[in-house]
Design a protein around this ligand. Structure first.
Ligand code: GDP
Length: 282
C-alpha cells in the first residue's frame, strides 16, 4: 500500500462522509478506479466540480446517473463558489438518519465530519477554501475533535478535514489518458502536443462540431469512413492553421502551433463548455 493510500485509509476512519470531487467534463476519467474499495460503505457525496466548464445538459445527465447509483450529488464551480453554499445542506440531508440516531443517543450538536478526495487538479484545495469561506479558524481545539488532524468548521454542525485525500487517476485505456490530458489533469507529456491536439480535434468534430465551426471558421469535411480518427483530426488541424495564417516557410501549415493553441483555448473555455463522456446506459 502506498503512503497516500495508507494516509487516506487512516483519515477515513474519522469521517462520517466522503465528498468525492470529479471533473464534470470527464466524470468517468476523473474517477479513481479504486474509490469504492477505498471508501467502503461510507456515505458519499459526488461533487461535480468545474460545472462552469462542462455542458449543462451533460452535467444534468451525470447527476441523474450518480443519484440512480445511490449517491448524493452536488454541482459546483469551486472557482467562483457557485453551488458551494449547498454543501452543508446536502450533507445533512444525506446523513439525516445518522443525525437522528445521534440525537436519540443524546449526542446533540455532535458535528458531522467530512473529507474531500479527488485526483490532482480537480479543484480540491479551491473547494475546501470556498466551503470554509477561507476561515483561518481551525476546529481542532473543540472538545471531541481528534487531535493531530486539522479541521475547518464549515458551520456549527459540519467539520471538514482541511487536507484533501489525493487520489491517483485511472489509466485504463487510451481515451481516459487523452481526456485527462485535454483537461489538464495530467501533463501533456503522455504524447506530443500535436498528436494530442489531433485527437481532441477529432473528438470535438464528433461531439461538438459547432464549437469548431464557430471558433476556427472550419467547414468540416465529410468523413470517408476509412480514415482513422487521427488522420481526420490532423486534416482539421491543418485547416484551422491555414485559417489562422499559421504557415511555415514553403507554405506548409504550422500544425504544431495550431495544436498548442487548440489545447490552450479548449482549457481556457474559449471554445465553450463540454462534457466529453456519457454515463453508462443502464
Ligand atoms: P487540487 O489539485 O485538486 O487541489 O486543485 P486546485 O484547487 O489547486 O485547482 C486547480 C486549478 O483549477 C486552480 O487554478 C483553480 O482555480 C481551478 N479550479 C478549481 N475548481 C474550479 C472550477 O470549478 N472551475 C474552474 N473554471 N476552475 C477551477
Amino acid at each position: 500500500m502506498t503512503k497516500t493510500r495508507r494516509q487516506m485509509a487512516e483519515d477515513l476512519k474519522f469521517v462520517d462522509l466522503v465528498a468525492e470531487l470529479l471533473d464534470a467534463r470527464i466524470p468517468r476519467s476523473s474517477r479513481n478506479p479504486d474509490i469504492d474499495e477505498l471508501v467502503g460503505g461510507k456515505p458519499r457525496l459526488i461533487v461535480l466540480n468545474r460545472a462552469d466548464q462542462a455542458d449543462p445538459t451533460g452535467t444534468a445527465r451525470w447527476a441523474a446517473w450518480f443519484r440512480s447509483q445511490g449517491h448524493a450529488v452536488l454541482e459546483t464551480d469551486a472557482k467562483s463558489g457557485k453551488g458551494v453554499a449547498q454543501f452543508s445542506g446536502v450533507i445533512r440531508e444525506t446523513l439525516k438518519e445518522k443525525l437522528a440516531a445521534w440525537n436519540e443517543k443524546g449526542q446533540v450538536g455532535r458535528p458531522i465530519r467530512a473529507m474531500v478526495v479527488g485526483i490532482p487538479n480537480v479543484g480540491k484545495s479551491t473547494f475546501i477554501n470556498k466551503v470554509a469561506r477561507r476561515k483561518s479558524a481551525k476546529a481542532g481545539d473543540r472538545p471531541g475533535v481528534t487531535r493531530g488532524k486539522q479541521w475547518v468548521a464549515v458551520d456549527s454542525g459540519l467539520d471538514l478535514l482541511d487536507t484533501p485525500g489525493i487520489l491517483w487517476p485511472r489509466f485504463e485505456d487510451e481515451q481516459t489518458g487523452l481526456h485527462l490530458a485535454y483537461t489538464g489533469a495530467v501533463k501533456d507529456d503522455i504524447m506530443d502536443t500535436e498528436t494530442l491536439a489531433c485527437h481532441l480535434m477529432e473528438e470535438l468534430a464528433q461531439s461538438y462540431p459547432d464549437a469548431l465551426i464557430q471558433r476556427y471558421k472550419l467547414d468540416l469535411p465529410p468523413r470517408t469512413g476509412e480514415e482513422v480518427g487521427l488522420e481526420y483530426g490532423y486534416a482539421l488541424l491543418e485547416r484551422a492553421a491555414r485559417k489562422r495564417g499559421f504557415l511555415k516557410p514553403g507554405n506548409e501549415t504550422d500544425t504544431e502551433r495550431m495544436g498548442r493553441i487548440l489545447l490552450d483555448e479548449f482549457r481556457a473555455g474559449k471554445l465553450g463548455t463540454f462534457t466529453l463522456e456519457e454515463p453508462d446506459e443502464q
